[in-house]
Design a binder for this molecule. Structure first.
Ligand SMILES: [Zn+2]
Length: 164
């Protein structure tokens, strides 16, 4: 047993390297793939446009995990007007409706994030079919694409259309 004690610092060193340098790449790659999936229509390969986007609070704090399903977001999202309404440490999400330019098929993209000062740290990006969200989306106050492009406040914001 004592012969292997020297391995402990090596294991810690390798863990630090993994968490600091390798993990961020894996996460970034996964996020990019999810974003790309939302950008192209599965049916006709047409481009998908963001036609509406709503900011919502979800009852999760910091980087805690929750179910990543359409049902979870539908049942737990509370619409808010601006990022200033997000309590410190509370997670929020942007629920965007994407529509294919060619066949009009719709999808819903959800960017789940934690706001730290002026930066939005993405926890996950998921693309869901539109159908389960239809009733929920119809009840939401929505920000049109035109209003979104008008508000450029310079802070680092996870607008769905900017990620795609
Ligand atoms: Zn299409």
């Amino acid at each position: 047993m004592g012969d292997y004690l020297w391995l402990i610092p090596l294991i810690i060193f390798l863990l630090v390297i993994f968490v600091r340098f390798i993990l961020p790449y894996i996460v970034r790659d996964a996020v990019k793939k999810a974003a790309e999936k939302g950008n192209i229509c599965d049916k006709c390969k047409g481009g998908m446009d963001t036609i509406s986007e709503t900011l919502c609070l979800i009852p999760v704090s910091f980087d805690h995990k929750h179910e990543r399903t359409a049902e979870y977001y539908i049942n737990n999202s509370t619409p808010i007007q601006s990022v200033e309404q997000i309590p410190t440490g509370n997670r929020a999400c942007r629920i965007a409706v994407l529509k294919c330019r060619i066949c009009d098929r719709k999808e819903v993209g959800v960017v789940d994030f934690l706001r730290v000062r002026d930066t939005e740290i993405t926890e996950s990006i998921d693309i869901f079919p539109y159908e389960p969200f239809s009733g929920f989306i119809e009840r939401l106050p929505q920000i049109s694409a035109a209003e979104r492009s008008a508000d450029k406040d310079g802070s680092s914001v996870n607008k769905f259309s900017d990620i795609l």
